[in-house]
Each structure stands twice: as C-alpha cells, then as structure tokens.
Design a binder for this molecule. Structure first.
Ligand SMILES: *[C@@H]1O[C@H](CO)[C@@H](O)[C@H](O)[C@H]1NC(C)=O
Ligand SMILES: *[C@@H]1O[C@H](CO)[C@@H](O)[C@H](O)[C@H]1NC(C)=O
Length: 962
C-alpha cells in the first residue's frame, strides 16, 4: 500500500530521501530506534497525517462548522457548539469556548459533548473515566486566567463571522469564521496566528465498535472496501514491541493546524536535540526531518543528536519570531503529542510557518500569545505556569556527581581532594548505589558505615548531599515502604484496577501515584529524618526515571491503559506524571522542617510546563562526545525560552570517557549552564576535575572559580527568573529581536540581564571562535577589555585556557572576587562591581542577595540594589529596589558588613587620566577613595579601578567621579 505512493515523488527526491534514510541509519548506532515509535507506528499520528494529506490534496467539503444559533458572547467569553459532519448526515457536537484573558491572551477550548456527559460505552469492562481529560490546567497552571471583560464584539461582525477586539487598547482581534470553522488572531490589524486555516482540525469522536467477522488464523484483517474510508486498523487496539494497548475508549485524538504567516522561525517545544530554530518535518530538503517533533516523556537510552525524537520531558509551548514580533502557542495537553512543521511561501516576502498539532486524547485547550516582544511571551507564560523556583544558593554552585561514589569514605576523600586542589564545589551526589539493594529511604550499611560522619565533614564547608529517590518502589519482602504503599493502596494501577507491576532499577517494582493527594501526604512522611535514617536537612533530592521509565514497558514506559487516581488513563496524563512526583517530593522537603522551612532542591529528569516552579532539570543521559557538548547549548536555550530556565547537561557526558580537552571545554561551557553538574556512568574512568593533571586541572579550576566569582550575577539572574520567569540563558533573537541575522543562532548566548555574551568552544582542537556581535554597541573581552565595536562576525582567539566571554557596553556586573571552597563561605564577602560603559558612557545593573536558604526573603530579608552609572552626572548610584517586610531591618543590619570592595570601570573616559580620587557618600558619611586609571592601549579599552569606597551594600550610596 505504501508503495503506491512512491511514484508520486519525483525520482530525484526519492533518492534524496532514500540516501538520507541510509545515512541516518549509519549515523545512529547508539539509540535503539526500534524501541520508540515513528509517526507511522503511532496510530493516531499516522491517521492525522493521512487526514491532513487528504484534505490538502482534494480540499474536501469542510467537516467542522459552528452550529447556527449556538454562538454567544458575554463577559469576555465566546461560546458555541461546533458540529462535525459524519457519515449519513449525522453530526457530532463539540462545545467550544474562546476566552479572552486580562493578560492579553486568548484561550480556545474544544470538547466533545458525548464524552463530556459520559454518554459512551467503554470496552473490555474498563473502569476508566469517560470524559476527555481536562485536568491539565490543575497541574500546569497557577493563574493568569482572569477574564478580560472589556473584550468587545466589533462592529464589522456579520453573519457567519464573529469579530472580537481584545487585549490592551483593543489592539488584538479574533476573527471567528463559522462555516467552515476557523479563527484568525490579529494584532494591529495584521494576522499573526491562524487556526484551522488548512482544515486539519480533527476530533476523533466516540463511536461504537462494529465487530467484524473473525480474522482467520494467520490472515490479516481485510482492509475496508469503501474507497476513501478511514484507516480503522489502530482504532480499537494497538500493539508495539510485544505490548498491546487495549484502548477502551477507542480513537479519541484531537488535532489542529496552526499557521504563523510571515514567521520563518519557530522555537520551543522542548525537549529535543537539534537546532533552536525548529526544522521542517515533512519537507524534502536534506536538513528536514521526516517525522514530526514528538512529545512523549521517555527514557531514551543513548539519545541521538539532531532528531525530532521525544526525550525525557515536554513543554508544549511554541514561539514564532519574525523581525520585531514574537507570537506563541501553549497546547495544554498531557497526552502523547506530535507536531509537524512546514514552511511555505505564500504572499509576502517571507515564508509562512505551518504547524500541525496532534494529541492522542484529552480536550483541546490552546492559549494564543500575541507578543509582540519575546519578553511579553515569557511574562504571559509565567502568569499561567508560574516562575522559576528561587533556588537555594548552594545549588547555583558546582555539583560533583558520579554513578557512584561507593562509600562514605570515598565521599570524604573526594571532598578532601577538592580542597587540596583549591577547587570550589557545593554538592556531592549519591546515585543509586548508596541504597540497600535499591530500596529508597535505606542505606547500604556495608558501604556507608557512618553516614553521619560523612555529613559532618561536609557541614564544615556547608556542602550538601543530593541522593537519588525515584518513583519505582522495589517489590520485595521486608521493605516497609512497599508494604505501606500497597496496604494504603497508593499505587498506579494496571488496566484491570490492580497494582501495576513492572521492572526498573530494583527489579520488580510498583509506582507511587502522585496524582493521589493521599499518596502525596504519605510520601511526605518518608522524608522525615526519624523515618529516613541518616538523612539530614542538608540532604536534597534527585528525582530520576520519572517519565516514568519502565524497563519492560512499551517504549520503556507504562502501558497507556494503566489507571491513575480518579480513574484517568495513563494515556491522558503521561506527560504530566513526572511533574506530579516532583511536586510530591517538593512538599515533602518543604514540610520536613515545618518550623523553619528551607527551600527544597530537587533535580528532575521528566518535566512539563510548570515544573520550573519545583526545581532544576538536566538533559539526561548524554554522551562524552563533542557533538553532545555542542548540542547541549540549543537544548538549554530552548528550555530557557520555553519556561524552564534552571537547566543543564551532564558536564563531561554521561556515557563514555571524554579526553582531557573535551572535559576541559565542557567544564568551561558548563560554568555557564544555569544548573552546573558533572556526572559520569559507573563504567567510565574517574574524572573529577583534579584527576586530569596539568594543564587541564588548572584550567578547569579557573572555569569553576569563574562561576563562583560571578555567583552574585547568577543569583541575581535566578532572582529575576523567580519574578517573571525570564530566561537565564538568552539566545540572540531574544536580546536582539530586530536582528534577523541572529534568529537561527544557538551557539552563543547572554547570561540573564548581565550583558555577558558567551560563546563556548565546542570543537576539538579549536583555538579560535567566530563570535557574532549583533549591533554596533561596544563589547569588551571579559578578561582583557579588548574592544569589539562593529556589527558582524569576528574571529576571536580561544586557546584552551580561554572562555570567549564579552561584556556588552551598558551593564554593571556584580562579582565576588575571593576564591572560596563553597558558596556559603562567600556569604559576607565584599562585592566587586564591573561597570561596563556603553558608547554613550552609561551603564546599569542590579544585585540581589538573601540568605540563600530560607523563605525569609518573602518577609523582606533581602538586598536588591539597582546600580546606575550616569555619564551626565559622572556618578555611580545604588538604589534600593527590595521588597520590604518585617525582617528587612534585621537583615540589613546583618548585611551592613558586606561592603563594596572594588569598582572597575571598563571604557573609562580619558578625562579621568589624571584623577586619583573619587568621593563616596552613604547616609551622612563621605569618603575619599583611591582611583587608578589605566589608559587605552591598542585595542584594549581604558579602565579605572576604585578601591575600598567604604560603602555597604545594605543601603543606598553614591560615588562621584567628577
Ligand atoms: C466553557 O467555559 C465554562 C465556564 O465559563 C465552562 O463551564 C465550560 O466547561 C467550558 N467549556 C469548554 C468546552 O471548555
Ligand atoms: C502539589 O502537592 C501539594 C501537596 O500535596 C498540593 O497541595 C498541590 O495541590 C499540588 N499541586 C500541584 C500543582 O501539583
């Protein structure tokens, strides 16, 4: 059957496709493709692609229209019934809501009346819920749903077309066409986003299975005789890799085409490898993918680069960007989802990007963002899904992990070696093997004979331990955790409603169902030190394998017909499942010290929109190869713009052994991951940074120390992310939304609002990199103050000991310049301000500080200073921006001893050449401080340094340079 399609493709393209296929097979010896479905192997994906092709080929009569007389518009909400025409003149009723929100977003919800009212029959006596799953918002969203009652029906509305103006100044418009049903979203009269413009809307309605004659042994089910009939082969049952999905609700997919006219770049929908600017998935160019991007959280062993294959987590948020305009989509669905992307030239000079969203089940629930700035999208997404957790400060330092540190003695030894080599670190990690026989909440007491002594040694430098706790619970005798789990009936169930059993690290296991509030409450009790022996309040948690990974399950995860709390099928909630487990752990850590809660720290592998509220993520089991180092940057950038800034990749690569050059370059890049952790597989050679020897150990030490030097800047960036979920790493397009040359760029990035531009070296043997400067502002080499002030590419030296970092003019970067062993030991260290002047001679920046541990900052225990260097007044001022509260005064008192130690002005004006002093004022105090001026030489900028201006960071101050 597939063969009959081939002649339609020209023979040249056929060969291109064939060769691409062969090359793909050759280059992907690692990942086991057979373990994971392609679109063609995923029934609903295949059906929807075929439907889209049929619609495109023959423009058949439209199936969906708004039923006459059903449309109403009141209080910011348009409601109607969409009717779907099916065989013999019958129709299916689909209730529709289009809600306009105060944040300027529009929300489109489409459900199916019969399933909604439970008027269907399930097969196989299933206990599953009959409705389409509609609880994703309860897990993913925290707000942003206030309705914009000022949205109004436009006068141009006419019969069959409803036009609604909404958003700030009524600049946005929704044009709702009734027959056929479609919606255009406009801003200032220009169409930005189109729904169902191509007619791919498809709601697979409930229907009764018509039993066919039995298929004879060995024979195949006869294909339907009717020409153009739907492919029913995967409606009622689907097998893959020896597992059968019983599909008690029949076919129930939901799909829609969404187009972005004039937008050539789309970003987002992590987690995938491949470029930040998403590729076409159905094109014929060599670079195009042949499968859609897939979102189905999975434990993909030895994942491959440059692929639309699914990975461990999913955020169904896509951003489209063109010159000076960003718009976006949040497709709030937790089931398996595929997204096709194609680009087409229609009217206008630019390509349109067309997307096709296909989910296996659930209601349709889509948010439309009309921008126009990338940051507007960030803020609106944050209103919905929340902000980044303000992390404990220790977690912004360097993390040392390996599978496994095998004993308490080994932990103590590694700890001592870091100190011996003068390498700072904050956290040492214990993977799987610390447990007794892979039973979580126990210790292997042969290997860890005295965990308390281990904790005590780490406490000396305020370092922490992170231990692995996964959602699979070993099914074994004499293990109170599994006994209680079963006794209290808190497990995920199989399709028959009995406790599901599968295989993971411990062998036979059961899974806690964190959709169940009682399960979450019980989970909390396990984290109390009186239950979990030898854990301390400085023990933090790594939630791995929470996709969930099931070694013997379909696609290494759970059967879709498993049942969760409330009898929702696993199919409906799969992509949210991992987040519910992290949420349970988050509250467990929060509540283990009820009198003085400390901020939890949790690392997760699986995630969904909203997971940023709960901790950090990493990109899973990468390889010790240069390509994986390079690929980590677009992956982390994609996460940052899609709402999960606190992300990182395993430094050094998990599988395999990096040579010293790769490890060194990776450490330099990792020092600029928001989450900075080295990790290694149990079968790899030891590679703590002190192992490699000279010159590598010294260079890695410098990279880690640079991370600690910039800790105040990092922590300030995390604070910003905790206020509006701003990306911590920002791609070119985000910072320069009008510079088209940078839109596809994903190998360099900015750190928060600091103006620091980083271009990590990701190629073996490289001694230089080509850096792109997006404008004519002046950029200074961070270390040497060499100036770059021309827009365009510039080749810059990057020998092994050099990280290419540039400070963009106009910024003030806070630092702490004294090397210490851990972040906590830097708490009261003095501040250095690096003032980097722009062409006009001005600069701005900020600094956020708090205790780094507790929630006291919510009661005003914080320092938040805004620094402004003004050319006009030749002065640097510090202004308080903190949120004040009952603890402000005492915290300020404590922090008054933290002083500004140095002010370095890069690009200092030559009129300062003979200046020897500046005056600093704080309160009633005036101090004369020394200043030293270093004239420009060659390409190097002039700079000046003020020492000890005698001002404290805790109150406003001013330094006069006049
Ligand atoms: C539409 O919104 C109303 C609340 O205004 C809600 O009760 C109803 O369930 C929503 N319908 C759909 C299809 O989401
Ligand atoms: C997370 O868990 C807590 C504690 O059980 C619960 O109160 C809360 O509703 C859950 N929220 C989300 C969004 O997961």
């Amino acid at each position: 059957m597939a063969v009959s399609l081939v002649p339609k493709i020209s023979s040249f393209l056929y060969w291109v496709a064939f060769l691409t296929l062969v090359l793909n097979v050759l280059s992907s010896v690692a990942v086991k493709h057979d373990n994971f479905k392609t679109c063609a192997q995923s029934g609903f994906c295949k059906r929807n692609r075929a439907f889209a092709d049929a619609v495109s080929a023959s423009s058949p009569p439209y199936l969906y229209q708004i039923s006459q007389g059903t449309a109403t518009f009141t209080n910011g909400q348009f409601r109607a019934t969409v009717s779907k025409a099916i065989a013999d003149g019958a129709t299916v009723q689909l209730p529709l809501n289009i809600t306009f929100l105060q944040s300027g977003l529009a929300r489109v919800e489409l459900d199916e009346e019969r399933r909604r009212t439970g008027d269907i029959e399930l097969r196989h006596g299933s206990k599953a819920r009959k409705e389409r799953y509609n609880e994703s918002p309860a897990w993913a969203l925290v707000g942003g749903l206030d309705v914009d009652a000022s949205a109004k029906l436009a006068e141009e509305s006419r019969n069959g077309v409803t036009i609604i103006d909404f958003g700030e100044g009524h600049r946005s418009t929704a044009v709702i066409r009734h027959t056929p049903f479609s919606i255009d979203f406009q801003r200032n009269g220009d169409t930005q986003v189109k729904f169902n413009n191509r007619g791919f809307l498809n709601v697979e309605h409930w229907r009764q299975k018509i039993e066919k004659e039995d298929v004879p042994e060995g024979g195949a089910e006869k294909p339907s005789e009717k020409p153009g009939a739907e492919d029913e082969s995967t409606w009622w049952e689907e097998s893959f890799g020896g597992n059968t999905d019983t599909k008690p609700k029949g076919p129930e997919s939901i799909a829609l085409d969404i187009s972005f006219p004039g937008y050539e770049n789309v970003f987002g929908i992590p987690e995938h490898t491949g470029p930040l600017s998403l590729r076409q998935t159905r094109g014929v160019n060599q670079d195009d993918f042949t499968d859609p991007y897939r979102l189905y959280n999975s434990d993909v062993f030895e994942y491959e680069l440059n692929s639309p294959m699914t990975l461990y987590g999913a955020i169904p948020f896509m951003q489209a960007h063109r010159k000076d305009s960003s718009v976006g989509i949040l497709w709030l669905n937790a089931a398996e989802t595929w997204i096709d992307i194609t680009k087409k030239k229609r009217s206008g000079p630019k390509l349109d990007t067309d997307t096709h969203w296909i989910s296996e089940s659930g209601v349709m629930d889509v948010f439309v963002f009309l921008g126009p700035n990338p940051h507007d999208l960030t803020k609106a997404l944050a209103d919905l899904t929340g902000n980044t957790q303000l992390p404990q400060q220790f977690s912004v330092g360097y993390h040392q992990c390996r599978w496994n540190y095998m004993s308490d003695e080994e932990v103590k030894e590694v700890d001592a070696k870091f100190d011996k080599h003068g390498i700072p670190y904050d956290v040492i990690w214990l993977d799987l093997e610390y447990t007794d026989d892979r039973k979580y909440f126990t210790w292997d007491m042969d290997k860890f004979q005295n965990p308390m002594a281990m904790h005590a040694q780490l406490d000396v430098t305020h370092r922490k331990v992170v231990t692995l706790i996964d959602p699979h619970i070993k099914n074994t005798a004499n293990y109170p955790v599994v006994d209680e789990l079963k006794k209290r009936d808190l497990t995920i169930k199989n399709k028959d409603g009995n406790t599901y059993e599968g295989w993971c690290w411990p062998g036979s296991s059961h899974w806690i169902d964190c959709f169940n509030p009682i399960a979450r409450a019980w989970w909390e009790t396990l984290f109390k030190p009186d239950f979990w022996k030898y854990s301390t309040y400085n023990t933090f948690i790594w939630n791995d394998m929470n996709e969930p990974s099931v070694f013997n399950g379909p696609e290494t995860t759970m059967p879709k017909d498993n049942l969760h709390h409330g009898n929702w099928e696993h199919r409906d909630v799969h992509n949210i499942n991992g987040m519910t487990f992290v949420n349970a752990t988050y509250h467990a850590l929060l509540n283990r010290q009820p009198r003085k809660p400390h901020r939890p720290f949790i690392l997760t592998r699986s995630f969904y929109a909203g997971s940023q509220r709960l901790g950090a993520m990493w990109t899973g089991d990468n390889l010790a190869e240069w390509g994986h180092l390079e690929a980590s940057l677009p992956m982390i950038l994609s996460l940052n713009i899609a709402g999960f800034p606190n992300s990182g990749a395993d430094v050094g690569g998990f599988f395999g052994t990096p040579d010293s050059e790769l490890l060194t370059r990776w450490m330099q890049a990792g020092a600029f991951y928001p989450f900075f952790r080295a990790h290694a597989h149990i079968d790899t050679r030891r590679r703590e940074p002190y192992v490699a020897g000279p010159p590598y150990t010294g260079i890695m030490t410098q990279a880690i120390r640079l991370r600690y030097q910039l800790l105040p800047a990092w922590y300030t960036a995390f604070h910003e992310a905790s206020m509006d979920n701003s990306p911590i790493l920002r791609p070119q397009y985000y910072v320069h939304p009008g510079d088209e040359a940078g839109f596809g760029m994903d190998d360099q990035f900015y750190v928060g609002s600091t103006g620091l531009l980083v271009k990590p070296v990701t190629r073996a043997g490289a001694t230089s990199v080509d850096v792109y400067f997006a404008d004519d502002e002046v950029y200074y080499d961070y270390f040497e103050y060499t100036m770059y002030s021309k827009k365009g590419f510039k080749t810059v030296d990057a020998p092994l000991n050099k990280i290419p970092i540039f400070a963009r003019g106009g910024h003030i970067i806070p630092r702490k310049d004294r090397p210490r062993r851990s972040t906590h030991l830097m708490q009261y260290d003095p501040i250095t301000l690096m003032v980097v002047l722009d062409k006009a001679g001005n600069a701005e920046g900020s600094l956020y500080l708090d205790d780094g541990e507790t929630f006291d900052y919510e009661s005003g225990a914080q320092v938040f200073a805004r620094f402004i260097f003004s050319k006009d007044s030749s002065s640097l001022t510090s202004q308080d921006m903190a949120t004040t509260g009952s603890m402000t005064k005492s915290y300020r008192q404590e922090m008054s001893k933290v002083r500004v130690e140095k002010v370095i002005v890069v690009g200092a004006p030559s009129r300062w050449a003979n200046k020897k002093h500046v005056t600093a004022e704080q309160g009633s105090k005036t101090i004369e401080a020394d200043m030293q001026f270093h004239p420009a030489s060659g390409n190097k900028a002039a700079w000046a340094i003020v020492r000890d201006p005698g001002v404290s960071i805790a109150k406003d101050w001013k330094i006069n340079f006049l």
